[in-house]
Design a protein. Structure first.
Length: 95
């Protein structure tokens, strides 16, 4: 989900694919997969090598960022690894 947010955030004003790959730290193959899904869902538009977030994409990003703020406010930080995710879930089950 973080990759989707990064793509939408960086493509708000329109961006070349090469720049987007660099800024989101993903490769072209992965970008192509995300691009296909996000275009299909109406979250981005892609023309002439340029990717741009749509109004729906910007709204999705806004809601995602709101959810992340709520997540942090509950002091449940996003685990960086699967092991950390399991530790957070195990800790939550103990409460």
């Amino acid at each position: 989900m973080e990759i989707v947010a990064d793509i939408l955030r960086n493509a708000r004003g329109g961006i070349q694919k090469t720049q987007l790959v660099y800024l989101t730290n993903i490769n072209f193959t992965l970008l192509k997969k995300y691009q296909s899904i996000l275009v299909e869902k109406g979250l981005i538009e892609s023309t002439n090598g340029q990717i741009c977030s749509t109004e729906a994409g910007i709204e999705f990003l806004r809601k995602y960022e709101e959810l992340m703020k709520i997540w942090v406010n509950f002091e449940i930080q996003k685990p960086a690894t699967e092991i950390e995710r399991k530790a957070v879930l195990a800790h939550a089950e103990q409460k």
